[in-house]
Design a protein around this ligand. Structure first.
Ligand SMILES: Cc1cc2nc3c(=O)[nH]c(=O)nc-3n(C[C@H](O)[C@H](O)[C@H](O)COP(=O)(O)O)c2cc1C
Length: 203
């Protein structure tokens, strides 16, 4: 199974890092694209001095306890709109933009493909492949909402960075894993990032 994992420059680096870490334990391959603003936000949110996409990958794999690496990650430059994955002839099963800025959502909605994230999202839509956006902004303005609705109508899935609290998360990592698990559900990948819901309160 091949996937495209993209990080755009919104808050929510924890969702990307926990998703990458969990994906590392899944047999398969992923192409990783990280925008320059995403690196900036990652640095702020983890108080780390990552300076390029490879650093973001290494941090995500090594920051917590070691995972057994069953996945191959291929880093692709954000500005390389001529990369292998920029063409629909290169097949992947699904793409996730986690987290996604409103700017990247606006660009994809408008059909712009000025960088590799936007181009791969555009390819995903035209090839009818699974495309998931994990947006993070609050509050939303009408333009944000209209752009997300248009992407849904075009076949993408909007998976808001809105972790549930009914399973009593104990840490920021638990919140990240909740969203990572929801992404895996939509990609059709088995995971054990959180237990199946069992009510603790009788109605
Ligand atoms: C620390 C920081 C946090 C940001 N958080 C958000 C956010 O939560 N949502 C958002 O849409 N943009 C956010 N931005 C603004 C985006 O980074 C900016 O719009 C950028 O142009 C997005 O580019 P990209 O989508 O190509 O990565 C943030 C920027 C910084 C520096």
């Amino acid at each position: 199974m091949k996937f495209v994992i993209a990080l755009a420059g919104s808050s929510g680096s924890i969702y990307a890092a926990r998703f990458i870490r969990a994906m590392a334990q899944v047999p398969g391959e992923s192409y990783l694209i990280v925008s320059p603003p995403a690196i900036r936000v990652f640095r702020e949110e983890f108080s780390t001095n990552v300076s390029n996409p490879q650093d973001v990958l290494d941090f995500s794999l090594n920051h917590w306890n070691q995972v057994s690496l069953k996945h191959k990650f291929h880093v692709r430059p954000h500005g390389d709109i001529g990369a292998d994955i920029a063409s629909g002839s290169n097949h992947w099963k699904g793409m996730v933009v986690v987290p996604s800025s409103m700017k990247t959502i606006a660009a994809v909605r408008a059909g712009l493909a000025e960088n590799l994230i936007e181009r791969c999202a555009d390819v995903s839509l035209k090839e009818r492949r699974r495309l998931i956006f994990v947006p993070r902004e609050t509050p939303y303005n009408r333009i944000h909402l209209q752009n997300m609705l248009a992407l849904d109508e075009a076949g993408a899935i909007i998976l808001p960075a809105s972790p549930g609290f009914y399973q009593n998360p104990q840490s920021i990592e638990d919140l990240g894993d909740f969203i990572a698990g929801r992404i895996f559900n939509l990609l059709g990948v088995e995971h054990n990032l959180f237990p199946k819901w069992t009510p603790t309160v009788q109605s």
